[in-house]
Each structure stands twice: as C-alpha cells, then as structure tokens.
Ligand binder design. Structure first.
Ligand code: MG
Length: 373
C-alpha cells in the first residue's frame, strides 16, 4: 500500500492522536499533521522571527520560516532515498521551530532566566506546547491534536525530572523514551540532522552576505576549503568574476556531499542493525548520522560559526539589546499583572511574538526603541 521501508514510521500504523478522530478521506495521518501545522498561527509568525540576523539587517537573510522550508527540503530528499516517510519529515521540519522566541537564541536565554524557579524555558519543549496547547483552532480541544509520531519527533530533549512528571500524567507517551533511553523514529532523527545541515550552510551564506564573514576567513574551515578548491579547479576565474556564484556553488556542493554522506552512512547502519519496524528503531541507538569524517568536519564548521559569526561583536550587540527587550517585557507584564501575573502565561505570550512586535511592544511599555524596525 505504501513504498515505505519496514523501519519507516507508517502513517496507517500511527499510535494515534490524544483525542481520537476518524481518518481523513484523502490524506494520511502525517499529511494531515503537516496541513494543520501550515495553517497554524504560530507557523505564519515564523516569517518575522530571526534565525541569526534580524529582518532589518537585510531582505535576503533566512528567517525561521525559510529555514524551516530548507530543513523540509533537505529532510524529504534524504527520506525519499532511505524509504522513510517524507510526510512525517515534512511535518516535523515545519513544526520544529514553532516554539522559538523572537530574536533567536538571545530571546530564549532571556526568557529562560526570567522563568528560573518556574520551570525555565526551552524552545524545543515550547514547540510541543504550541501544537499541544497554545493553538486554539478547534471547538473540542486545545492545540492541533497531532499524531504521536509528530509529537514524538518535535521533542528532542527533555530533562529526566520533567519527563518523569509528564509520563506520570500521560503513561506510554512521548515522554517515556527520556526515561528508558530509547530513540525516536528515523524520521525524527533525520529531521534533527537536516536542521543542523541547513543552518550550518545557510549561516555561512548569510554570514558572507552580511559582510561579517569573508570567503577568505572561511578558508580555515576544511570542509569549506575542500569545495572552494574544487569549484575553482572547475571555474578558475570565479573568485574574481563572480564571488557570489563561487559561494553559492561551494555551498551547493557541500550540501550534496553532506546529504550523500548521511544516506550512505545511514544505509550501512540500517543494514548492520537490521530494524524491521519503527518500534525496533525506538529500541536501538540512533542510526541516522554522518560518517566519522563528515561528522568531525561538520563540527569544525559549527565551531567556526560560533567563533566568527554567532560571537561577532555586531551580532552580540544585537543579542544584548534583544535580551534586554525580552527581560523588560517580562518584568513589565508581571508588574502590570497581565496574564494574571502568571510567569508561564507571560512567557507563552512573549515566546509567540515576532521580532518586530516585541520591539514595538517594548517601546510602548518603556518608551525606548532598542532595535530598529
Ligand atoms: Mg531549526
């Protein structure tokens, strides 16, 4: 009935939704989840949420929305080669960043600090909170009532104390694996890696476009240098004639190499481990991944990006302003007694904001505009 591999997550064998619903006539369970995600309010807000660069810093940088689309593209393309469910990977890719605060990680740090003693804030758990609770679009329940497999894949990390508490309320749920040490589906493992592949590549692109990185600086990264040399061998004058095309071509080749590496490595591991169902996958260590060399080179690229881009003085300056905005918004709502003065409700409200809404709202409450619109 489907051409999915035995180890894939099969929509007709889904563990179901928290509130049972009849099957849809033309769509499988994961396609339906994807559609619910695309129609959600949180999804539309991803257009105006920062990945690394704020939207006033240029029209061509990635936002959370375009990042999520790139993750879906990479993930689906790998899923197809491995016989995994493209539909589930697409749903996971489009949902994975729904819980991000405005201003990327800077916003999350500030919100986590504000919620110290009240359970903290973690964007990944917040993504689940959005689809489980915060979206209000159905007459009979809160959230989007997504299937088990989609919810399982959205949650990448969960501290054991919290997992224990949640599993007590919801036995045999997505929280159990954080207590038993199991793995999520291959589709979830894959989306996780596609996320990393996507942001490493597009942050190089955006970094150079912004002027914070140069092609010369990137030569210290072996993975980049390998493809730069390869492209220049094929097109010797590209560095002088069209440096933008050189960058685009080397990123394209790097992405292809990473995609093929994941496919080859994962195929080998699947052949060795031989899982014959998604439940067998759940009982095994993670199988989707890079080979040793690519894993080391990809980690080196990530370290370079931390050093040279994410900690660039200009990015740090924007982050500092962003943290102040989020911290002061939280304090202002608490002082005003909005949302009943409840820390979690205030955090939900702030986490849902777009960058520009947060900047304006902060200005309204404090009289100061800390970042340009
Ligand atoms: Mg992401």
């Amino acid at each position: 009935m489907t051409d999915l591999a035995s180890y894939a997550a099969h929509p007709e064998a889904s563990r179901g939704r928290r509130v049972p619903e009849p099957a849809a006539p033309t769509r499988n369970a994961f396609q339906r989840d994807r559609d619910r995600i695309v129609h959600s309010t949180a999804f539309r807000r991803l257009v105006y949420k920062t990945q690394v660069f704020l939207s006033h810093e240029g029209d061509h940088h990635r936002t959370r929305l375009t990042h999520s689309l790139e993750v879906a593209q990479l993930g689906r393309s790998i899923a197809r080669s491995l016989g995994l469910s493209e539909d589930l990977v697409e749903a996971l890719a489009l949902a994975h960043d729904l819980g991000h605060t405005p201003f990327g990680h800077a916003g999350q740090h500030a919100l986590n600090a504000a919620l110290r003693g009240h359970g903290g804030f973690e964007h990944n758990l917040q993504s689940l909170r959005v689809v489980d609770k915060l979206e209000q679009r159905y007459p009979g329940w809160d959230g989007l009532n997504l299937s088990f497999e989609t919810r399982e894949g959205i949650v990448k990390r969960c501290p054991p104390e919290l997992a224990r508490e949640l599993a007590a309320h919801e036995p045999a749920s997505i929280w159990q694996r954080f207590l038993d040490g199991g793995s999520p589906s291959l589709e979830a493992q894959l989306t996780n890696l596609a996320d990393e592949i996507a942001y490493n590549a597009h942050d190089v692109d955006d970094g150079v476009r912004s002027g914070l990185l140069t092609l010369d600086m990137l030569r210290e990264v072996p993975l980049i240098e390998r493809f730069r040399a390869e492209v220049l061998r094929d097109h010797p004058t590209l560095a002088q004639d069209a440096p933008r095309r050189l960058l685009a071509e080397l990123i394209r080749r790097m992405l292809s190499a990473q995609v093929y590496d994941v496919i080859d490595t994962t195929r080998l591991r699947l052949a060795e481990a031989g899982p014959d169902s998604v439940d067998a996958v759940r009982a095994m260590p993670r199988l989707v991944g890079f080979g040793d060399t690519m894993r080391a080179q990809s980690a080196e690229l990530k370290r370079f990006l931390f050093r040279s881009l994410y900690r660039h003085p200009q990015v740090m300056q924007t982050n500092a302003a962003a943290q102040t905005i989020v911290t002061e918004l939280f304090a202002a709502y608490q002082a005003l007694g909005e949302h009943g003065g409840q820390p979690r409700a205030i955090a939900d409200y702030i986490a849902g904001m777009t960058d520009r809404f947060a900047i304006r709202e902060h200005e309204r409450l404090t009289g100061q505009r800390l970042l340009p619109l």
